[in-house]
Write a protein that binds this ligand. Structure first.
Ligand SMILES: [Zn+2]
Length: 303
């Protein structure tokens, strides 16, 4: 009898340990915050999107709200680290899948901010989960200083979406880059809303900018490395990949391959280890081919 009681106790104890481990594991899986530099953190709610926040003496600056769920979890994480108020939420660009969730920050009295081009689009195209930013900025560069930290906002032109902003923390030589670079993955599907030529121009400009580490809004690096971002090598590899697709297309045309057969023929085994190579490479080739065929799109004057 005594033995049975002991066995039951051990069984319950073991079960509790397992439950606890399971809980810890699922928590880690559902969201994650990592310190990447002094007072700078990378955050994901494990939805394939990464945000960044900076804690200054006078408050917190957050980049990329993503969604209400993502933002609420991020605010909870920030409050675990600091009791300083969240002063700014900065949007990278217009697209709903990045710019949603802003209301979470408006509700706690933060200033939400987007480039004027993104702002105008967001106003004209309200998303289900998207709040119109409280403020907008204009031009190619803006600086925000809060406490002892300065963050630079750079608009590099019509590369992807509208008002695409690259953020630089000069003191940390650290950047936050949305959608323009996704390490370890081919281009996104049909490469939606990218002006390829302008994009390549922006990639060149990024390489000249003063940072040596970047947090990318999407990152397919494995072994838990994605949240730590990457560096300029990721940008160089991407530039090379676009050039290799284009060179491959012209090579097939030279051989006499009918243009619309090229997406099904062209292979670039050098990039086979990249995520979505099998699924998306043909779509990527279609997009570059159409760009070469039709000319750059989307496009508008004065850009
Ligand atoms: Zn986008």
């Amino acid at each position: 009898m005594k033995n049975l009681k002991f066995i039951i106790k051990i069984a319950i104890f073991t079960l509790l340990i397992f439950m606890n481990t399971g809980l810890t594991f699922s928590q880690e899986k559902s969201n994650r915050t990592v310190k990447i530099a002094k007072n700078v953190y990378s955050f994901t709610s494990n939805n394939g999107y990464y945000s960044m926040f900076i804690i200054t003496e006078d408050g917190v600056i957050v980049i990329e709200s993503v969604s209400t769920k993502h933002s609420k979890e991020m605010v909870r994480e920030i409050k675990k680290i600091t009791n300083k108020p969240i002063k700014y939420l900065l949007h990278s660009h217009n697209h709903w899948d990045h710019s949603s969730g802003g209301q979470v920050f408006l509700d706690i009295g933060a200033t939400t901010l987007a480039h004027i081009e993104a702002y105008k689009w967001m106003k004209a195209n309200p998303g289900r989960d998207m709040a119109i930013p409280k403020e907008y900025w204009n031009g190619n560069k803006k600086e925000i200083t809060l406490g002892n930290s300065t963050i630079e906002l750079h608009y590099l032109g019509m590369n992807h979406g509208l008002g695409m902003t690259v953020f630089i923390l000069p003191k940390h030589k650290l950047a936050y880059i949305a959608d323009l670079v996704t390490p370890n993955r081919v281009l996104p599907m049909i490469v939606p809303d990218f002006n390829i030529k302008e994009w390549e121009k922006s990639l060149k400009e990024l390489l000249k900018m003063d940072f040596n580490k970047a947090i990318y809004s999407h990152n397919e690096k494995t072994n838990g490395l994605a949240i730590y971002g990457g560096d300029k090598k990721d940008i160089k590899l991407l530039s090379r990949f676009i050039k290799d697709i284009r060179a491959g297309i012209y090579n097939e045309l030279k051989k006499g391959t009918p243009p619309f057969e090229i997406p099904n023929i062209l292979k670039l085994p050098k990039y086979k280890h990249w995520n979505k190579y099998d699924e998306w490479l043909a779509l990527n080739v279609w997009r570059i081919l159409l760009d070469e065929w039709m000319g750059p799109f989307p496009w508008k004057a004065n850009n």
